[in-house]
Design a protein around this ligand. Structure first.
Ligand SMILES: CC(C)(COP(=O)(O)OP(=O)(O)OC[C@H]1O[C@@H](n2cnc3c(N)ncnc32)[C@H](O)[C@@H]1OP(=O)(O)O)[C@@H](O)C(=O)NCCC(=O)NCCS
Length: 341
């Protein structure tokens, strides 16, 4: 069996053909690993190739088994913070696994990253139904490669067809009695200029406030310019956003923020993304209030929406307790691995 790994540049013609193969490998792998998730979004995949996250550079390679492309490697190289780190996405077509393709891509990644002066690799693996006791291929592979399990996240799912609306009403009414002096604000898409600075600040706090386990990861610096560049990258991926925040009336500052995102090519599924309350404004139930308000806001614009997924670190008890009260239930795991190279 002959395995070769060949890099490609998405900007040239040959690279575009290679990118199509990479997309097919990702799409079929995702359907195998996460059958309850929407199909891989073409716009999201190709949008990301054209428009990496601000501050990141990307490298790609395909692995060929006897001349057939069966594996894809993406290396993300942060250029601003985290210059010793690289994020690694490594995928092998389910019909061609356990033949050494993953290992060949891994060894290629290690060689490339050493040449680039990076010291650490970070990668994620999805594990379906952790209670079933089956070890996911990604987890088995990462362990075999000697990586360290640095953070365990749990994916929780809210089924909107069985949503307990009276319970949400009760939670919201009770919450609002603790939140005098705050107003709810909502926006869809571009962040209003008046809140951009506060959103950049809240966004930058996420990595400080949410548990990141043993991951060696530096928080990004707050900056409105970067936030706007991020929005352009989200647009390129076809993501649309519903946001809800709490404004502190006395100062006019946005002190809590939550966001729900949907991809262009799927109307039934959304991700509940960031929820953050500025530390000096905690204890007013703002977290649960903005989440409920945003859920209702998104639903008025997205009548087909029926499933929302969210990830939390397994140890993030406070956020998990809010999510469980809203009706989210654990369905799968997501592990982050770190390897020193
Ligand atoms: C993880 C993945 C890339 C492995 O690809 P692969 O081509 O099957 O990997 P290899 O054949 O090179 O396996 C190398 C070693 O990893 C371990 N391994 C890989 N898959 C395994 C599995 N399903 N069960 C147990 N061990 C496994 C074995 O030790 C294997 O060596 P062996 O076959 O000699 O026993 C592939 O399953 C995949 O694409 N999964 C989904 C995406 C993902 O999780 N990526 C991992 C990011 S770290």
């Amino acid at each position: 069996m002959d395995i070769v790994v060949i890099p490609f540049d998405t900007a040239d013609a040959a690279g575009k053909v290679a990118a199509e193969r990479a997309y097919e490998i990702q799409a079929v792998s995702r359907a195998a690993e996460q059958p309850d998730m929407p199909p891989s979004s073409r716009q999201r995949f190709f949008g990301a190739l054209k428009h990496p996250w601000p501050g990141d550079e990307e490298r790609h390679a395909l692995a060929y088994l006897d001349g057939v492309p069966v594996g894809h490697l993406a290396l993300t190289l942060p250029q601003v913070e985290n210059r010793d780190n690289a994020q690694v996405t490594l995928t092998v077509h389910p019909e061609h696994r356990r033949r050494g393709v993953g290992r060949a891509l891994y060894e290629y990644a290690v060689r490339s990253l050493r040449e680039l002066g990076r010291k650490r690799m970070i990668s994620e693996t999805a594990s379906m139904d952790p209670a079933a006791g089956r070890i996911a291929p990604g987890d088995a592979f990462a362990t075999a490669m000697g990586a360290h399990p640095a953070l365990a996240d749990v994916r929780r799912r809210l089924d909107l067809t069985t949503l307990d609306e009276p319970e949400l009403d009760r939670l919201l009414t009770a919450g609002l009695t603790h939140a005098e002096g705050y107003s709810i604000v909502r926006w869809h898409g571009r962040i209003p200029d008046e809140y951009a600075e506060d959103v950049a600040y809240l966004d930058s706090r996420l990595i400080e406030d949410a548990p990141i386990g043993d991951l060696t990861w530096e928080a990004a610096k707050p900056d409105v310019g970067r936030l706007r560049a991020m929005e352009a990258a989200l647009d390129a991926r076809g993501l649309r956003w519903y946001n809800c925040g709490a404004r502190h009336d006395a100062t006019g500052r946005l002190v809590a923020w939550t966001a729900l995102g949907l991809t262009e090519d799927c109307d039934w599924h959304a991700f509940q993304q960031i929820t953050l309350v500025e530390p000096r404004h905690r204890g007013h139930r703002l977290g649960i209030i903005v989440k409920i308000e945003n859920l209702r806001y998104a639903r008025t614009h997205e009548p087909a929406l029926r499933v929302i997924d969210t990830y939390n670190a397994a140890v993030n008890e406070y956020m998990i307790s809010i999510n469980e009260r809203l009706g989210f239930r654990a369905v799968a795991g997501l592990n982050s691995w770190q390897a020193t190279i």
